[in-house]
Write a new protein. Sequence first.
Length: 195
Amino acid sequence: MTGPATRYAVAADAGPLLRLMRELAVFEGYADQFRVTERDLIERGLGNRRPKGRRFLVDRLAGEERRLRLVRSRSPRGARLSPGPAAQLTAIVTDGAVGELAGYAVVYEIPFTYDLRPTLVLKELFVVATARSLGLGGVLMTAVLAHARARGCARLQWDVLPDNLRAQAFYRRFGGRPDVAWQRWCLSPDEPRDA
């Protein structure tokens, strides 16, 4: 039995993807700061997809185990999908029952660090409320992991809100854990300061 499919987002997905990104911004409390537009998504990654024909399918196996398969996908013109050379982001999406996007993951790559291997950063993973508990988050995370392996990444890292215990439990099921060796720091380069 074949489960839900994921695929790389393309320029035509910009509008539906942006709607889901806005839902996440509301959920996480930064909607008033959200500035992304459809054009931004297209210019920074979705428009940089070159034809290539693959989609991720998750096969449902006995005992709810899941296995990822990469399969050829035929589009109207036989297009295949792969990241373009200047992509700042990669989005992986899954469709709901009525053909609308039901979830997405946005990742970007840090080209290399101390071990000369890339780090994949999971910036966002979101499933619409009506599609939660259907396994789509797991399907997306499995596709992200497959993407990381295909890109030769040494690690996958992400942030989780401290009070989002459901997300923390979700990531633990995949073997994720907090990085206790480091603290995350940030500052705005636009704010004046005395140094």
